[in-house]
Design a binder for this molecule. Sequence first.
Ligand code: NAD
Length: 794
Amino acid sequence: MAIQIKKVAVIGSGVMGSGIAAHLANVGIPVLLLDIVPTALTNEEQTKRLTLEDPQVRNKFAANALKKLLTQKPAPLTSKRNLSLIEVGNLEDDLEKLKEVDWIVEVIVENLDAKKALYEKIETVRRPGTMISSNTSGIRIDAMAEGRSKDFQQHFLGTHFFNPPRYLKLLEVIPSSYTDPSVVEEMVQFGENRLGKGVVIAKDTPNFIANRIGTYGLMVTLREMERYGYSIGEVDSVTGTLIGRPKSATFRTLDVVGLDTFMHVVNNVYNETTGEEQQVFTIPPFMKKMIDNGWIGAKATQGFYVKKGREILELDLQTFDYIQTKKMKAPSIEMTKQQKGLANKVKTLVYAKDRAGEILWNTLSPTLRYAAEMHGEIADTIVAIDQAMKWGFGWRQGPFEVWDAIGVQKSVRKMREEGFEIPTFVQSLLDSGYDSFYGEQDGVIHYFDGDRYRPVPVNEKVIDLKQYKKKQGVIKKNTGASLIDLGDGIALLEFHSQSNAIGLDIIQMINFAVDEVEKNYKGLVIGNQGKNFCVGANLGLILMEAGDDNLFELDYVIRAFQNAMMKIKYATKPVVAAPFGMTLGGGAEVCLPAAHIQAAQETYMGLVETGVGLIPGGGGNIGLYTKFLKGIPHGVEVDLQKVANQVFETIALAKVSTSAEEARENNFLNFADGISVNEDHQLYEAKQIALTLFENGYTTPKREKIPVTGDSGYATLLLGAEAMFLSGYISEHDLKIAKKLAFVLSGGKLPFGTLVDEQYLLDLEREAFLSLIAEPKSQQRMQHMLLKGKPLRN
Ligand code: NAD
């Protein structure tokens, strides 16, 4: 029978333990966080006359970790409120409480003896059937399970989270030779559906999958850099975003991980290998020296890089001085930048005959061969290896996808010419007559598994829009958006303009989509799989019209935007918005009128127009105000002024949520809206909601009159803004914007509590918006944002 995980104990409250506890709390699971009891008092505790018997002292490791969760960056919690789901304690006084939990995660120091001693202690209280796992980075799971009872062994496995657990998608699940397969399956399901992770099953080998390949790649890069005398900055300019890897490239990544931690992970493999492989996993003398010096990276404020004032310097490995960073300058880099698509970029750079091309080839070529050699040993499929590298190291393409991109035959020829042996796995691919590890057969993606192609397992909850469009085409498309048939009677409106900014093309497609869905479909999802859901309206377009004094034209555009939002709101079929990532300005305005919002956990939502000298112009002011009002449960008295105050503050200060949960606290979402913890499931979940709404007899919302705070409300709203202006916190122009916003939100010159038409408020909004656009200071703000990407305070 499936085990229900309702409560979890996390043991060890360090970097990873506290992060895992926070992530569990983020998804609503109560956590018991335990750590050891301190053995001595600090001076401060002695002065306070505390003893080793005081709970305050006994629980202090876990309690301090909890406090840190509130200040850590990036924030481990999606809402500060989640802290209340974590109960702290210690391993002596609270051991019995382990009986109450369904899963115990061990996250203590990386030491086999310490871990085994802890398990022995846990065994005395653990309820049979309770899942138990270790977050070890590299100790054998089998070795840890030794000596335990059968029930313990059957329920024990590795669950390897990546740091920071909220943000890094990979969860490696590692069964031991004793683990019950149903326990593995349960953990895979739980990890994917409740924790939102990308779960990969790994074999019980040193460092599992991602760290095995990832550290190899990093070690080879260090070796080649030294061999050919590249500088740190030069290597980073080739090994980062240019080839689909994170911005932190090689050395900033090492600084963030910490050289001490990195050495530990590298040594895990060093200790278990021999020969050439062991040689690669040998920490070079310069890194040992850095560790001896304490230059271990970000946590020590210096590593390969150091920040001096506003400047970032890099370490010169010859002199051990910090010098100005040197970027790689090579013709191939310019050529690569001009290529379209990642595959073409990598292919261009890797074969280029200059310093940039050479370092990439010399590091990529051994890493690809290593990944192929590890196939079968660390994971069953190349799919698992590729996913682990993408989810754990933030690569846009896994090693086998990269290999396909650069051409298997061409690269193998070059490797052979250089005298390298080709892994058997790759040789069998070529012998079978294939030239790529992945291929499409009858519209289904297949992968090579050693002797033939097999279909890549399909997860019905993962909708891949690119594949959908390729297979089914689109219902209609223009430069800014496409309407796609998602099947089962649901259509999807996808934005795909530059940064998904809203222009007239998208507005046209919104109108078309709603009309089409009303005629031929059951519901509409608005979502996409770009970098961000939508960064707002197309500012360039607005500025251009404003610069030409084209207010008539602008009035038309804003009216069209508002009308399209009302079309979403009053559609006869349910519209579900699926925001994720940055959902700003117009992006948020598209979501507010939807029948339902299904937001990804990582949704950064806000009406940020004041930053560019404007107020929302697509119904956002009224949208947020009415969403807040509608979210107040029946029977609870409505404090209209309080609602207006909060909405005013959210918009005037351009507050952006740091998660979907915070967007809910800011009233962009209400309790009927949903949050998808696993971003890959978001479109599927949005589609299911649209279907359910339809099947439950969806009806268009009634056009209700809206109560406003009027004259007195306007005065109240402005009190705070005026005080801020008088004390110099905001500029005169900010105050002007605040006044316009207050006027729109309070409904203008009316008595408190007057009921008004929605269109009346939309007209007020449009007038205010247009008057602000004509202001030179607002135009300066827009220009600054377009040129510099950040707000100007004038
Ligand atoms: P850490 O040093 O930050 O925290 C370890 C915690 O364990 C501390 O709170 C300590 O008080 C507690 N502890 C120490 N000895 C104990 C004992 N005998 N019994 C109970 N608690 C004890 O370490 P960390 O970085 O959080 O790593 C924890 C585990 O997670 C290790 O196995 C590590 O390999 C693994 N891991 C770490 C990372 C990472 O990036 N830091 C990533 C993945 C996995």
